[in-house]
Design a protein around this ligand. Structure first.
Ligand code: OSB
Ligand code: MG
Length: 369
């Protein structure tokens, strides 16, 4: 296909409840959508960069700029293109995986729609539903946390993930375990909030029978995670550290990643995400699909990705209503019996509610090829 036009859309959405992690609190989302028009039709992608560079170096204004200044012109200069070529064409530009992933998504969505096929069909998988987990933020008050968790248990989620940080770890985990009972899958995510000197402390989580502990140490500290993995009976899972196929392979080899969280935005796209999945499957390392508080665009694609056979743990693919009162898609993801349905619509699997999208659009910029 040939690229003809890029539309950069910024939308504003409020979260139904503030989402606090060890790196900050979010309530108002400023999301960049990319809409690509080609000679065979159009497609949409969602950039998962957040407003500020607290989770990773990317942030939404930076993603917007690198797309218009570098990524889009490079893709246009490549001429005739398929979605599978995007990552390779963009390789000379260092970093910016979330910005790259958004463009690849839009081009993949366009390509699939043009062929009247789905991402699910491209992956060639059989599963029609995937297990749904929920990520629960940090609160000022333990009672508020327990009420939130109870709500998600009542909502049918297949597993609970608690955000933790120093001062909010052993006690919330103990109380939540007591509340949900021994059989409900429970895991924690520290978003790099601890250091190597906390390894003894983190081992005290072992008594709560957690599925995994996600990214307790800094992104660069693969060795520290390997040291924790040797000491702790709770499996160590990496999120922020896994930025490429190479880091995934190395982290597994040195024993730093007993489980891998796969987020397409963090690794530069859905096709790179699939390759990391394939590597982990080959090495016998379980994977699960992470979330970045996506709208229905990213949520649809994530649900399809999670049908791959190595995704043996529930993903952070919760109902749209966990974060948003109203989504930008016509058929928002819901949870039934702990599972979300893999979308069947052509393309990445969503149709936009254009009227609502227009109502929440804060800026639109069009760049012709
Ligand atoms: O570390 O998994 C994370 C949300 C934003 C940034 C980082 C993370 C998260 C989540 C997943 O915990 C939230 C979701 O989309 O369900
Ligand atoms: Mg995480």
């Amino acid at each position: 296909m040939r690229l003809e036009r890029l539309e950069l859309r910024r939308i504003g959405l409020e979260l139904v409840v503030p989402f606090r992690t060890s790196f900050g609190t979010e309530l108002h989302r400023d999301i960049l959508l990319v809409h690509v028009t080609t000679d065979v039709g159009d497609g949409w992608g969602e950039c998962v960069a957040m407003s500020a560079p607290f989770y990773s170096p990317e942030f939404v204004d930076g993603a917007d700029l690198v797309i218009r200044r570098h990524l889009w012109p490079t893709l246009v200069a490549a001429g005739e293109l398929r979605a599978a070529d995007v990552a390779m064409v963009l390789e000379p530009i260092h970093g910016h995986p979330m910005a790259k992933a958004a463009l690849e998504m839009a081009i993949l969505d366009a390509e699939l729609r043009a062929n009247d096929s789905t991402f699910h069909q491209l992956l060639g998988t059989e599963r029609t539903t995937v297990p749904s987990g929920v990520s629960v933020g940090i609160f000022d008050d333990l009672d508020v946390l327990l009420a939130q968790v109870q709500g998600y248990v009542d909502g049918g989620y297949a597993r609970i993930k608690l955000k933790i940080e120093p001062g909010w770890d052993l006690e919330p985990v103990r109380l939540v375990r007591e509340l949900i009972g021994p059989d409900m899958p429970l895991q924690v995510d520290a978003n790099t909030a601890y250091g190597r000197t906390d390894i003894d402390h983190l081992c005290r989580l072992d008594e709560y029978d957690l599925l995994l502990i996600e990214q307790p140490l800094t992104e660069e500290d693969l060795l520290g995670h390997a040291q924790l993995a040797m000491r702790s009976s709770t499996p160590v899972c990496l999120d922020e550290s896994i930025v490429s196929l190479q880091t995934a392979a190395d982290a597994i080899d040195i024993g730093a990643a007993e489980i891998v969280n796969i987020k397409p935005g963090r690794v530069g796209g859905y096709l790179a995400a699939r390759r990391i999945h394939d590597l982990c499957l080959d090495r016998g390392v379980p994977v699960w699909c992470g979330g970045m508080v996506e709208t229905g665009i990213g949520r649809a694609a994530n649900a399809a990705l999670a049908t791959l056979p190595g995704f043996t743990l529930p993903g952070d693919i919760s109902a749209s209503s966990r974060f948003y009162a109203r989504d930008i898609v016509t058929d928002p993801i819901t949870v039934t019996d702990g599972e979300v349905a893999v979308p069947t619509a052509p393309g990445l699997g969503f149709d936009l509610d254009l009227e609502f999208l227009d109502a929440i659009t804060t800026s639109t910029d069009v760049i012709d090829a």
